[in-house]
Design a protein around this ligand. Structure first.
Ligand SMILES: Cc1cc2nc3c(=O)[nH]c(=O)nc-3n(C[C@H](O)[C@H](O)[C@H](O)COP(=O)(O)OP(=O)(O)OC[C@H]3O[C@@H](n4cnc5c(N)ncnc54)[C@H](O)[C@@H]3O)c2cc1C
Length: 583
C-alpha cells in the first residue's frame, strides 16, 4: 500500500524504500554485542583462565544482549539535551547535601552496567580480565555516563586492596564490590587543579595531619569527574613533608560523607559543561577540613598514585577506546549493507570496503594488544611478573593509551563519513556522541604529549625499552617454529631496526628527542600490536576464519611495511571485501 502524508500527498516509493532501509539498519544493530564480536570471543578464550572461562563467557553473553538494545536506548536518552545531570546542593529541608541529580534513565543504565558484575569481578582478586572484558562491552555505548566512574572505582578498589588497613577495607570494599546498583559504592579521582593537570607536582591542596591518624584537606580541585561518588581518591600536598613537586604529595581516601551522614568538608561549586561524556557529572569543588585517610606510606603518595590509580585508569581508557572503535565499525558496516546509492548497497563500492577494512583491522589488532596488557595486569597483581614484564608493561601501557585514544577518534570520524549526512545527526546514530567522548578520552589520564614525555623519561632513566624489546623478542622466539614463523621473522627484523632507531633517539638532547617521539611512539606501538596478534595466532591456534589473517596482514601493510600493496590488485580487492564483512 502506498504510504500517505497526512496532507494526502503520496510518498514517493523511493522515499519509502530508503526509509525502510534505514529502519532495517537500526533493527540490525540490535544484536548481541558479544556473540557478534568473534575477535573478542577468541580473546576471552585465549586469556581467561580455565576456572573462570565458563562464568565469564556466560556473563559477557548476558551483558552483550542489552548493550545494543535496552542499554543503548537508556544511554541515548540520558544524553539528550535537557536530561543531563544538575547540581542538587540542598535537601528539601535546607540541609547541605552537595548532590547531583540524574535523569531516571541514568540510574536504570547503571543497574545493567554494575549488574554485569564488572566491579564485583575484583572480589576474586586479581581479575582485571573479568572487569575489563565487561568494560569493553559497556564502552560500545561510549562513555555512557558510567564508564568513567567505573574506571575511577576500579582505581579505588585497587588502592583499598593493596594499601588500606583492615578497618578501611572492611568499611569500604563491600560497597565497591556490590553489583547491586543503589546499594553499591562508586569512586572518583581528583588530581587536577587549576594550575595544572599534566603538571601534578604543582598540586596545592593541603593535607594537615590530625591527632587520631586521620588527615584534613584544604583547597580546590578543578576537574572532578563522578563528583557524586561515595569516596574520592585525592592527591594533596603534605604540609609536614615540606617538599615541592611530586615528592611532597600524598594519596588520600576521602569519604563524601562522615559516618554521621554529614557532608565531609566538601563544597560543590558547579558542574562543567563538557564537549563529551556529558551525562557523567564533572565539576569543580572546594575542600575545607575534609577528613581523609592516607593510603600507603607517607612520602610514597605519587608512586602509589601512578601504580594503582593512573595505570589502572590508562588501561580502562584504552579498553574504552577499543569499545568505541568497535561501535563505529559495526555501525558503519551495517549501514553500508543497508544504504543504497547509484543502485547498489554502498558496501559494494571498493572505497567503502577499504574504509571498513581499515577500521576492522585496526580495532581488532589494538584490542589484541590491549587485552594482552589486561592479562598481564593480573600477572603483575598476582606477583608473577618478571622484571622484564614489568618494564614492558610500564612502557606498553603508555604507548597503548596514546594510540588507542587517537585511533578511537579516527574510527569515529571514519564511521561518520560512511553514514554520510546522517552521520552528522545526533538522533540518527550514536557516532556523533562517541566522537565527542573519544576526544575527551584523548585528554583524560594523560594527554598525548604527556605520555610521549613519560615514555622518553622512562627510557632515559630506567631503560624500560630494554624490557620492551626483550619481551617482544621473547614472544617471537616462542613461535619461530610455528606456522606463524615467517611473520615472526619479519617482525623480529623490524624490532631490530626499531631498537637501533630508539637508541639513536635516546642519544639526542631531550628537546630533539622529544620531537621524534610522535613518530617513534607510533612505530613502537604498532610493532607491539602486530607481535602480540601474531603470537596469539601461533599460541592459541590461528582463527580459522580467513578474515582474521587478512586483518593482521592489512594492519601490517598499513602501519609497518614500507612497501605498500598494489591497491588495484585483485588480491587486495578480495582482502578488503572479506574484511568489510561483519565479524
Ligand atoms: C571531561 C574531563 C574530565 C576530567 N576529569 C578529571 C578527573 O576526574 N580528575 C582529574 O584529576 N582530572 C580530570 N580531568 C583533567 C585532565 O586529566 C587534564 O585536563 C589533563 O591531565 C591535562 O591537564 P591540563 O588540562 O591541565 O592541561 P595542561 O597540562 O595545561 O596541558 C596543556 C597542553 O600542553 C601540553 N603539555 C603539557 N606539558 C607538556 C610538556 N612537558 N611537553 C609537551 N607538551 C606538554 C599538553 O599535552 C596539552 O596539550 C578531566 C578533564 C576533562 C576534559
Amino acid at each position: 500500500m502506498t504510504e500517505k502524508l497526512t496532507t494526502g500527498f503520496e510518498i514517493q516509493p523511493a522515499a519509502s524504500e530508503a526509509r525502510a532501509d534505514l529502519e532495517a539498519f537500526a533493527e540490525s544493530l540490535r544484536h548481541n554485542a558479544y556473540d557478534a564480536d568473534r575477535h573478542l570471543r577468541r580473546l576471552v578464550e585465549y586469556y581467561a583462565t580455565d576456572d573462570r572461562y565458563d562464568e565469564l563467557d556466560a556473563s559477557l553473553r548476558e551483558f552483550g544482549e542489552v548493550i545494543m538494545g535496552r542499554l543503548d536506548d537508556l544511554v541515548r536518552e540520558n544524553n539528550a539535551p535537557g536530561n543531563l545531570p544538575r547540581t542538587d546542593r540542598w535537601s528539601d529541608y535546607g540541609a547541605r547535601t552537595e548532590e547531583v541529580d540524574h535523569h531516571p534513565t541514568y540510574h536504570e543504565a547503571g543497574k545493567y552496567i554494575y549488574g554485569s558484575g564488572m566491579m564485583a569481578a575484583y572480589a576474586d582478586h586479581p581479575n582485571s580480565m573479568g572487569a575489563l572484558t565487561r568494560f569493553y562491552l559497556s564502552s560500545i555505548n561510549g562513555e555512557a555516563g558510567h564508564n568513567c566512574p567505573l574506571a575511577c572505582t576500579a582505581g579505588v578498589i585497587r588502592v583499598l586492596q593493596e594499601l588500606a588497613d583492615d578497618e578501611l577495607k572492611e568499611r569500604f570494599l563491600p560497597g565497591f564490590l556490590n553489583p547491586e546498583y543503589g546499594e553499591h559504592n562508586e569512586g572518583a579521582q581528583f588530581l587536577t587543579e587549576i594550575q595544572g593537570g599534566s603538571d601534578v607536582g604543582k598540586n596545592g591542596v593541603r593535607a594537615v595531619r590530625g591527632d587520631d591518624g586521620t588527615w584534613q584537606l584544604f583547597g580546590e580541585k578543578w576537574f572532578c569527574s563522578n563528583i557524586d561518588a561515595d569516596v574520592f581518591l585525592m592527591t594533596a600536598r603534605i604540609d609536614e613533608l615540606d617538599e615541592e613537586g611530586t615528592a611532597g604529595l600524598g594519596l588520600f581516601l576521602v569519604p563524601r560523607q562522615l559516618e554521621s551522614g554529614e557532608v565531609n568538608g566538601f563544597y560543590l561549586r558547579r558542574l562543567k559543561d563538557k564537549l563529551g561524556t556529558r551525562s557523567m557529572a564533572s565539576g569543580e569543588c572546594d575542600f575545607e577540613g575534609a577528613v581523609a585517610y592516607h593510603m600507603g606510606e607517607v612520602g610514597d603518595g605519587f608512586k602509589h598514585m601512578m601504580e594503582f590509580v593512573i595505570n589502572t585508569s590508562r588501561l580502562y581508557n584504552a579498553v574504552g577506546c577499543c569499545g568505541m572503535m568497535r561501535r563505529s565499525y559495526v555501525t558503519a558496516r551495517v549501514y553500508a549493507d543497508h544504504r543504497r546509492a547509484f543502485g547498489h548497497p554502498i558496501a559494494d563500492y571498493p572505497l567503502v570496503q577499504e574504509t571498513l577494512a581499515n577500521m576492522r583491522a585496526d580495532s581488532e589488532t589494538l584490542l589484541s594488544g590491549t587485552m594482552h596488557l589486561a592479562a598481564m595486569q593480573d600477572r603483575l597483581d598476582a606477583g608473577e611478573a618478571t622484571d622484564e614484564e614489568k618494564a614492558f608493561f610500564r612502557m606498553a601501557l603508555n604507548l597503548n593509551k596514546a594510540r588507542t585514544a587517537k585511533t578511537a577518534r579516527w574510527a569515529c570520524v571514519e564511521g561518520i563519513e560512511i553514514l554520510g549526512g546522517n552521520g552528522a545527526i545526533e538522533t540518527f546514530s550514536v557516532l556523533p556522541r562517541l566522537l565527542r567522548d573519544s576526544i575527551v578520552f584523548e585528554n583524560w589520564e594523560g594527554t598525548h604529549n604527556t605520555l610521549y614525555m613519560q615514555v622518553l623519561r622512562d627510557m632515559k632513566r630506567y631503560a624500560v625499552h630494554q624490557g620492551f624489546f626483550s619481551y617482544l623478542d621473547g614472544l617471537l622466539d616462542e613461535i619461530s617454529e610455528s606456522p606463524e614463523g615467517e611473520r615472526a621473522a619479519e617482525l623480529a627484523d623490524l624490532l631490530t631496526a626499531l631498537e637501533a632507531d630508539t637508541t639513536e633517539v635516546l642519544e639526542r638532547p631531550t628537546a630533539s628527542a622529544s620531537l621524534t617521539m610522535r613518530r617513534l611512539v607510533d612505530d613502537l606501538v604498532y610493532a607491539f600490536y602486530a607481535v602480540v596478534r601474531t603470537w596469539e595466532r601461533a599460541c592459541f591456534g590461528a582463527d580459522e576464519d580467513e578474515a582474521a589473517e587478512a586483518s593482521l596482514d592489512h594492519f601490517m601493510d598499513r602501519h609497518l611495511r614500507p612497501d605498500q600493496p598494489d591497491v588495484g590488485d585483485l588480491t587486495y580487492l578480495e582482502r578488503i571485501g572479506l574484511l568489510s564483512e561483519v565479524s
